[in-house]
Design a protein. Structure first.
Length: 143
């Protein structure tokens, strides 16, 4: 069995891989698509009152997705999540919440900015932020 791998993008590692079958005709091949993911960010951070915590995410192709999970880990902080696309347009803004979980689909490739704002006036807070990048990989299996 021969395989052809086509990675639609590997944004975080910054490369694409192409490989081809040898000795088989395309009539004997089928394509399988698999969703893959890479962790872009997984950290705890203390954010002062009125301050913003910023994380950047590189998206290699429109249609790829970012999964964002922000959890307040102590009292006092008032987290609000915002995401801007490479053009600076706001593509997501949440209400203040102790736990924020969203998945967005990129409209364009490029650098997305993820902002976690502490809207509390006098209290700092600690948050756990996880950002995961999802993309598809196609494998052509030739028999």
């Amino acid at each position: 069995m021969n395989r052809r791998n086509y990675l639609t993008a590997v944004a975080v590692s910054g490369g694409a891989v192409l490989a081809g079958c040898t000795g088989s005709s395309d009539d004997e091949c089928r394509t399988e698509t698999e969703e893959l993911s890479e962790t872009i960010y997984d950290e705890w951070e203390t954010v002062g009152a009125g301050q913003t915590w910023t994380v950047r995410a590189e998206i290699e192709e429109a249609g790829h997705e970012l999964d964002i999970l922000a959890i307040r880990t102590d009292d006092g902080a008032r987290p609000l999540l915002r995401v801007e696309d490479p053009s600076g347009d706001l593509v997501l803004e949440t209400d203040v919440a102790e736990r924020i979980e969203r998945r967005i689909t990129a409209e364009m490739e490029g650098r997305y900015y993820i902002y976690l704002d502490n809207t509390a006036a006098v209290t700092s807070g600690q948050w756990d932020l996880d950002v995961t990048y999802f993309y598809e990989a196609e494998t052509e299996i030739c028999e």
